[in-house]
Ligand binder design. Sequence first.
Ligand code: ADP
Ligand code: MG
Length: 173
Amino acid sequence: MSLPIFLIGARGCGKTTVGEALSQALGYAFTDTDHHLQLSTQRSVTEIVEAEGWEGFRARETESLKAVTAPRTVIATGGGMILAEENCRFMQEQGQVIWLSASPEVLAERLESEPEAAQRPTLTGRPIADEMSDVLRERAHLYQAAAHHQVNAMQAPECVVEEILLSLSLARA
Ligand code: ADP
Ligand code: MG
């Protein structure tokens, strides 16, 4: 099987970290929709939203998803990718969708320990763990519905990779 593998989940769940390790284990390419969006527009997420609004951003995100989708590729998606039903349908039809699931506490702890995050205020000024709880409450059912498989992302990255390989019945390259 050489279908693309889409990793979905909240910011900090490990899409980039696990995605890179998974792509190496399989001998697949690795790509990131946020990265593609920034390269193709030469703008940051904030700049795109300021210029085109969230609707414009979401439309470009869908374009990026379609542009990076290819066989033998692990694709890390933006945390909000599942907000558009079109994106969910596309991922389900084109490949295998994996939800990297983690508790709000673990997500907050990881984001807080990132150097840039230390200086970055949260959107509301509230503790980041509270914000992650809200985000997961809003989105958990969407991640769940979009995913073919839910994987526990609160284990070491190599264990997360193993769980994904097992759930997809894929062997290391
Ligand atoms: P995402 O791409 O989903 O936003 P990242 O892969 O960038 O998440 O990971 C966010 C932070 O959490 C990074 O500092 C990364 O090193 C750490 N991290 C990711 N996965 C794990 C894991 N399974 N165990 C411990 N730390 C992790
Ligand atoms: Mg990432």
